[in-house]
Design a protein around this ligand. Sequence first.
Ligand code: C2O
Ligand code: CU
Ligand code: CU
Length: 498
Amino acid sequence: MRILAWTALALLVLAAAGAALFVVFYRQAKVSTVGDVEFVNELRIPAIDRGARGDDGVVRYDLEVQAGETQFLADGPATATWGVNGSFLGPTLRLRRGDTVEMNVANELPEATTLHWHGMHLPAAMDGGPHQMVEAGGSWRPTWIVDQPAATLWYHPHPHGETAEHVQRGVAGMIIVEDPEAEAELPAEYGVDDVPVIIQDRSFDGDNQFATDDKFLSNVGILGDEVLVNGTHSPYFEATTERVRLRLLNGSNARFYDLGFDDGRTFALIGTDGGLLAEPVELDRIPLSPGERAEIVVDVAPGDRAVLRSFGGLGGGSFFNDRFNGHDDRFDVLELRAAGELEPSPELPDTLAEIERLDPRSAATVREFRLSGTNINGRDMDMRRIDEVVTVDTTEIWEVRNADGQAHNFHVHDVQFQIIDVAGDAPPPEAAGWKDTVAIRAGDTVRLIMRFADYSDPDVPYMFHCHILRHEDRGMMGQFVVVEPGDVAGSPPDDHDN
Ligand code: C2O
Ligand code: CU
Ligand code: CU
């Protein structure tokens, strides 16, 4: 009896200690930099690269992926980083619709990598996915015709199993697609009233190096406890015009943001992943999951200060997942400081772009994708398996279900899609335009409609995946080929030993 009682007591004490410890961890897991950021560094603006037009009319860009060191913090040593044509991040590439472009990619890293053009419509062999590895010291020259509306896209490595690490070290950059035929009158002076805002969370260790440890009890990989913008720690941007267009890119490995301003001011959402919206939408918050972009136009008054802030993540998962995967965290991201006198800006146009709605009745196929754990439809990514075969020149509906207790997102290469509905409801305004990446709350199903207009190739696949990079690396990715009517899938090039 005695022994039993003592055992019971001991178990009770242990359980209580365990619960207390959990409460401590749960409390400590929440990160907030709100009110703590001093905004002492002027926002870095990545160089803009418009390419060089050759005699043959082809516009060429030279991109050298390299290792280096970057001084992010005022005190202490520099951080070992990777970048493109520099030590961290890369130039903003300006591409024009209708041009033939060629990327001259040189890999000066000590290991193989790829460069993927996220959001670009192009042949699969040019896509820079895991089948287009560039060996250390090697080079790669993809070329394509830019054939899509004006948009904010981006580029980043995509080596299977190592994407998270390569992106975290700093290889990424923005792409601005311009459409000379259809340009609404919008702020467009790069770095002045048209400003790239690449948001990435990082933690620094005691030696100022990027911390690469997973957060305790999180399953999304690397989450930082601070936010850099364009590689600038504690950044401010000096506005000199009445209106500022911010091209927001969530270039983080795993973090979801919910962005707005500290004073609650509204802004105009003018574009999402694949291009401009039909008309501006007034909002006070814009959620961004990893890989997503949003273009907003903010009004400022002379002498104004406003802080771009993240008020949380996506949420909607279990309280445990939401807390440990960062959805309860808050960050001060960037301070806008308006000059005492401002240059006038044009009024925002009432209409921005014509968006042809894809008709669900025109869909030839409905495919189902079930996201859970780190796989899709119960299968891990296999470089040698083609998961889906799409017939060129058809429209499809993809039903993507998040069957997990935590948030995921879903990205499709090659095409921009439209969202038919989210958990049965019409999409919110920020999800009503062209998209290539969509956040999906725990338990929700989103229905996407997309048209595979061209570029058939039975052998070289495009990817679809969760853009939480750890999930993608662990297998939450699949491959599809686009084929001529009646064709079957070939076999992916055997160029990778995964
Ligand atoms: Cu942003 Cu498959 O990539
Ligand atoms: Cu992509
Ligand atoms: Cu995921």
